[in-house]
Each structure stands twice: as C-alpha cells, then as structure tokens.
Design a protein around this ligand. Structure first.
Ligand code: 5HY
Length: 246
C-alpha cells in the first residue's frame, strides 16, 4: 500500500525527518511518500499559518489521487484541512492529532499534550473538543519553542520538550504524553527514554491507523458531508480547481 505523508509546512528538512519516522514503523509492504506543499508557511504556529497551509494540503491530496495513493497522513498537529481533504478522496485521511488522541486513549485514562508555542495550545484544545477527547486530556502544555527550532536548535529544543514532559509527569496525574508537533517525530525515542512514560507521537500513530483502515478495506464515506465536492468554477489563482472530476 502507498501512504502519502503530507507535511503541511514547507520546510524540506522537517518533511524528510517526518518521512523517515514514518518509514521506520511502516509495515514491509507499505510504501511511504513524504511530501509538502509547493506554496505556504515554513512553519505553522498560528490560525493564519494553518489556514494558508490547508490549501497546500488539499493540493497535495489531489496530486496523491493522480498517483492513486491508498491513504493520506496530515503531519501537522493542527490537522489542517482534514475534513476538506476527506471530501477529495475515498482513501482514508488521518490527522496526526486525531490519531495520537485515539492511541493515547487506548493505553491511558488521562494524557497531557506537550506542544511547541503556547499560542497554538488553543488549536489543540479545539481539536480535543471537536474529536470528543477533552475529558481524556488533563492539560495542553507548551515547551515555548518555535517549530523550526526542532530543526535549527534541536538539542536545546529537545531539552525544553523533555523538561515540559517531566513537569507534566510530576504535576498532571497522567498515564501518557502526546507530542504536539510533527517536527517532534524524530525525537520520540529520546523523549520516551528521558521521561519514562508512554509517549505517543502522531505521525507514527497515523501511519499505523492508516494501514489498519486500508487493511480492513475501509474507505472515507462518500455518503453525507464527506461526499465529493460539487464541481464548480473557481476564479483567479484557484481556477485550476474548477470542475474537478473526482
Ligand atoms: C506542526 N506546526 O505539527 C505544528 C505544531 C504546532 O509546522 N507542524 C507545524 O506547533 O502547532
């Protein structure tokens, strides 16, 4: 099976690291392609960044449809464009936040999230409400690191993430920690060792969920709100999306 892992930001090093993390846990017959939009923010740290990145995610799904991908992973913890992406394909589309919440709830009664910047914590809180996991999550914490520090100052960023995870372990009365950024995928092993709690990372959780859905022959429902969008004209820079024949 072919799983297209989409990093919604446009930082190639982070896309490569996300692809590598996915390949390390993918089943032998799973082919992982890691891609990013041609246009968009180098990192996603606000509602604005997320809104712009969502268009790039959708164009990457349309490109994946031309390559007949069997499933998609949206590798940003805001799950940008998730429901819109599901409208464009029959293939399963998994957001890393949603995947991590499901996995965490299967191995713990309460978890905390450790994300990058405090200002993005609200995005994770909205997803917890939207997906029905608010009661499972004790707290959304932030290591207060810019996303690209995970690439450019990785050692210092790792120390801050570990410190925040240790505070969560001490203070939050939890059984597990969810890492709140796709860029943390490559750090999961070191964090698990340092913190001594189950640590769930979304990219790998999403790849395994995608493999399970494809393995079960389950597709995104085309009955109801996730049906293909009605073909119509788009104007200006979106004219190429006109009358999509999906
Ligand atoms: C992510 N931003 O996973 C989110 C994390 C965050 O560029 N990739 C990003 O802080 O919201």
């Amino acid at each position: 099976m072919h799983i297209r892992v989409i990093n919604p930001n446009t930082t190639a090093d982070m896309t490569a690291a996300i692809g590598e993390a996915a390949r390390q846990i993918a089943a032998p017959n799973t082919r992982i392609s890691a891609t990013q939009p041609a246009h968009g923010p180098v990192s996603i740290e606000s509602h604005f960044d997320e809104a712009i990145s969502a268009v790039g995610v959708l164009e990457e799904v349309l490109a994946g449809e031309r390559e007949r991908a069997d499933a998609y992973v949206i590798a940003c913890f805001g799950d940008p464009g998730l429901q819109a992406a599901r409208e464009l394909t029959r293939a399963p589309v998994i957001g890393i936040a949603e995947a991590a919440f499901h996995m965490a709830s299967l191995i713990s009664t309460r978890f905390s999230i450790v994300t990058t910047l405090g200002r993005t914590a609200i995005i994770a809180e909205h997803l917890l409400d939207n997906y029905g996991f608010r009661h499972h999550c004790r707290r959304v914490r932030a290591a207060e690191i810019p996303v690209l520090d995970l690439e450019e100052n990785a050692d210092a960023a790792l120390d801050r993430v570990i410190a925040e995870c240790r505070r969560a372990k001490e203070e939050d009365n939890i059984g597990a920690i969810v890492l709140g950024c796709g860029g943390m995928a490559k750090l999961t092993g070191q964090i698990r060792e340092a913190v001594g709690l189950p640590v769930i990372e979304g990219v790998t959780a999403a790849v395994k969920l995608a493999e399970a859905l494809v393995g079960l022959g389950l597709e995104t429902s085309k009955h109801g709100d996730l049906a293909f969008p009605r073909p119509k004209a788009f104007t200006g820079r979106f004219e190429h999306l006109s009358h999509l024949n999906l």
